[in-house]
Design a protein around this ligand. Sequence first.
Ligand SMILES: Cc1cc2nc3c(=O)[nH]c(=O)nc-3n(C[C@H](O)[C@H](O)[C@H](O)COP(=O)(O)O)c2cc1C
Length: 205
Amino acid sequence: MAQWRLLVKLRLKVLGVGSSMNKESFSTETLKIVLERVNQNDADTKLLNLNNTPLPIYNHNDSPETIHVNQAVDMVNWADAIILATPDYHGSMSGSLKNFLDYFWSEFAGKTFGCICASHEKGLTVMDQMRTVIRQCYGWSLPYGISINSGQDFNEKREIINESLLVRLDYFARDLVVYGGLIREQFKKDLKSTINNSYAVRYRE
Ligand SMILES: Cc1cc2nc3c(=O)[nH]c(=O)nc-3n(C[C@H](O)[C@H](O)[C@H](O)COP(=O)(O)O)c2cc1C
C-alpha cells in the first residue's frame, strides 16, 4: 500500500479566478486558455468567474454566507495553486478581485499563484499589487506574469495572434504546475512534520 502511494503522483489542483465584470473579458478569456494548458500538464483545473459568481463586499463583522461565497471558499480550499486574472483598472487590480482576496488569508499559505492582467500598459503595477497581497498572505508567486493587450494580441475572432505570447502562456502553465507542485508538496510535508523552523509551523492545526 505504502509502495502504491509512492508510485501514484497526485495531480495538482489549479483554480483560475476571473475577475472582470465584462462578459467579453480578455483577461478571463486568456485565463481559460491558460487553464486548458495547465490541464495538458496533467493538473486538474476549476474556474471561478466572479462575473457569474459575484461575492458581496467583504465585511469582517458580518460576512454573509451566500451560495457564491461558499462556492468560492470550497474552491480555494480545494486548490493547490491559484491563477488570478484581472483587467488593469487605474494601474491596479479590479475591485472584484481585491474583494475576492479580502475573504481569505491563511488559505493562501503554501500555494503558488500566477497573475494574468489585461492592460494597455503591460500591467506591471497591477501585478506588483497582486503579488503584494499574495506575499502578505504567505502565498508564493511565479516570478513573471502574463500581460495581454487586447488590441495587439487578439484578432477580431478573439484568437491570440501574438506568437511570443503563446510561447509565454506555455511556460506559464508548465511552470505553475511544476513549481506549484514542489512548493505545495514541501508545505504539506512541513505541516505534518515536527520541525519547528519553518513558516509552515504556524499553519498546523
Ligand atoms: C475603470 C477602468 C480603468 C482602466 N484603467 C486602465 C489603466 O489604468 N491602464 C490601462 O492600460 N488600461 C486601463 N483600462 C482598460 C482595461 O484595462 C482594458 O480594457 C482591459 O482589456 C480590460 O480587461 P477585460 O477585457 O478583462 O475586462 C481601464 C478600464 C476601465 C473600465
